[in-house]
Design a protein around this ligand. Structure first.
Ligand code: ATP
Length: 259
């Protein structure tokens, strides 16, 4: 295995294969995400985008290849030439370096917005509750929800719930934020408010990998666009390169449908 770079928030995906049963979904994916950069993953339904994202923080165990974060293998420890899967506690510690924002916001219904944001840093990272609460209020303000700290999820719109979920992910001070179709469960009129929060974050130099079908967002926020098709990255580059001058037939066909 080659040595890996060790800058903060650098993700390296190397030769990753992943199958579900006999169905290989990722066929040897290589990807490097530089710290502070925003990578948007586009591609048709079923091309393996979510599986790639979930493989990056070891929600899926890959069959071959590896993922590294800041030079540290994700999900494994190396002893000599042998890889050992991390024990649950080590894996949880490592996973807190990734913030994950899902389609469905997955907030605890019995906790307020503030309590949802505070929960993980206190329980998983053992941080001081009062200190985390002060930070959580700032984060809620940052996503435009300063006045909703005491609200329960059922009192919030889908867009507001997703913004709480983003604040919750940020509260862990992750090295990398992963977004899996963060707006696809929202009513159309609520999509813009969530995308604008993510676009603002992108401008602050947060390392992000965003799986989305929102091409306008990709153009505005991405440093790099990665286009996946049938379990492979077939093309990647700047938004201008991939969206305005695609080279691969599959990218051209996909963009012709969605643009
Ligand atoms: N847990 C699983 N068990 C079995 N098959 C799975 C599982 N997760 C994903 N797949 C299959 O892997 C393939 C890729 O799925 P994936 O969700 O990664 O694609 P995607 O590009 O994110 O699609 P979409 O845009 O529709 O979300 C699909 O054929 C899907 O059915």
């Amino acid at each position: 295995m080659t040595a890996v770079d060790a800058r903060p928030g650098r993700v390296e995906v190397h030769g990753v294969h992943k199958s579900f049963g006999a169905h290989e979904v990722l066929h040897g994916v290589d990807l490097v995400v530089e710290p502070g950069s925003v990578t948007v993953v586009l591609g048709p339904s079923g091309s393996g985008k979510s599986t790639l994202l979930r493989s990056i923080n070891h929600l899926e165990t890959v069959d071959r290849g590896y993922v590294a974060l800041d030079g540290e293998l994700v999900g494994y420890r190396r002893r000599g030439d042998v890889l050992h899967e991390l024990k649950e506690r080590e894996l949880l510690r490592q996973r807190t370096r990734f913030g994950f924002v899902f389609q469905s916001f997955n907030l605890f219904p019995h906790l307020t917005a503030l309590e949802n944001v505070v929960e993980a840093p206190v329980s998983a990272q053992g941080r001081n509750r009062r200190e985390v609460e002060a930070e959580a209020r700032e984060l809620l303000a940052r996503v435009g929800l300063a006045d909703k700290a005491g609200a329960h999820p059922r009192q919030l719109s889908g867009g507001q719930q997703q913004r709480v979920a983003i604040a919750r992910a940020l509260a862990m001070k992750p090295a990398v934020l992963l977004f899996d179709e963060p707006t696809s469960a929202l009513d159309p009129e609520l999509v813009g408010e969530v995308l604008s929060v993510i676009t603002d974050l992108a401008r602050t130099g947060t390392t992000m990998i965003v799986v989305t079908h929102e091409i306008g967002f990709a153009r505005q926020a991405a440093d790099r666009i990665v286009f996946m098709d049938e379990g492979r990255i077939v093309e990647q580059g700047t938004p201008a390169q991939v969206l305005d001058d695609p080279q691969h037939e599959r990218t051209k066909a996909f963009l012709a449908k969605v643009l």
